[in-house]
Design a protein around this ligand. Sequence first.
Ligand SMILES: *Cc1c(COP(=O)(O)O)cnc(C)c1O
Length: 401
Amino acid sequence: MARDAIAADRVEGAAELARRRSRRLLRPVINGTGVLLHTNLGRAPLGFESAASYSNLELSLESGQRGSRQRAVGDLLATACGAEAAMVVNNCASAVLLTLAALGAGRGVAVSRGEMVEIGGGFRIPDVMRQSGARLVEVGTTNRSRVDDYRRAVAEDDLAMILKVHQSNYKIVGFTEDADIGDLSDLGVPVVADIGSGLLDATCPWLSGPPPPWLAAEPAVRQTVKAGAALVLFSGDKLFGGPQAGIIAGSRQLVETCASHPLARAVRPGDLVLGALQQVTLTYLDRRGEDIPFWAMVSTPVAELDTRARAIAATVGSASVEVTPTEAVPGGGTLPTVTFPSVGLRVAGEIGGPLRDRHRPIIARIDDGSTVVDLRTIDPADDDEVANGLTEAIASIGAES
Ligand SMILES: *Cc1c(COP(=O)(O)O)cnc(C)c1O
């Protein structure tokens, strides 16, 4: 930075250049947006620490021979999913690409016209299909696809599989019809279900109460495997609440076909991700949902958020802060019509800039000229930091005007 400043003949600017460069580095932030799985903020929050150490990543401690990095976590995930086998890749997008390439290259893959989705970040099913070498066989119509449509495709074409893609980030309402996985699994070709969101089990046995009603229409991994899907693909960092990863779970033979394809090597995870995923999967198997930050956040009662908001407002003690009801959302391209009642702090004026310009930035929502910090996505341990941040940000705009 010093050399850049000298070259630009602005020696006094070096510190500012260094400061700006350091602001671009990855750092923990406080998510006050009320968007639980905010892709810009790394989706599901996850605490995972690992001391500098070697691991038995690809060593079998039993035989002393080379082992598979997929084995331990894959077996745990298979148990959690109720599947024969599972493997882990970089994200769900790579899971789709790998599955299509390994099972579908040079053959047809049937997809409903209502499921030719774009997931975001330019991930479009027809494009991924082309990249994989599989041939897209369109089935049904935008709003209605029946089992008979698929049956005809199976009879007329050389199909490697039927691909069902969950409509994660949009909804088609009105005169609609869809074929269910159970019926499709009888047609004689494997059904691969990309459910994206990664809800592990519709009965949510890791929660102390019944499954929350907002999950009612969300496909779940265990139930999709049970219904007859040959493979289920999902993200690690959406409703699963873990690190960025993609999971392929289902028939042992098909998982092995995916694992032995050359692309599997290109999309394999490292031991940081596998370690974090192992930890989350064990937490599910122990039924300790409260230890998974995503499930802890969605389960917090509104009254508790309200008490915290009032305490923060009292600490800030400014006339420009008020406690306000808000609506939090799942985010991450999941559950587009779901909202959770929540509570936030509304500050008159736009203080998003000063809130971001902190050692631990606080990311707020700007709403109609005021700034809202939603407590549903904030760890209670950070409440003092939020109170400090609001106090200082309000003072800084007070000082300007
Ligand atoms: C989110 C999503 C993906 C992509 O998942 P990443 O883990 O972000 O790659 C793929 N398919 C569906 C249906 C999704 O919802």
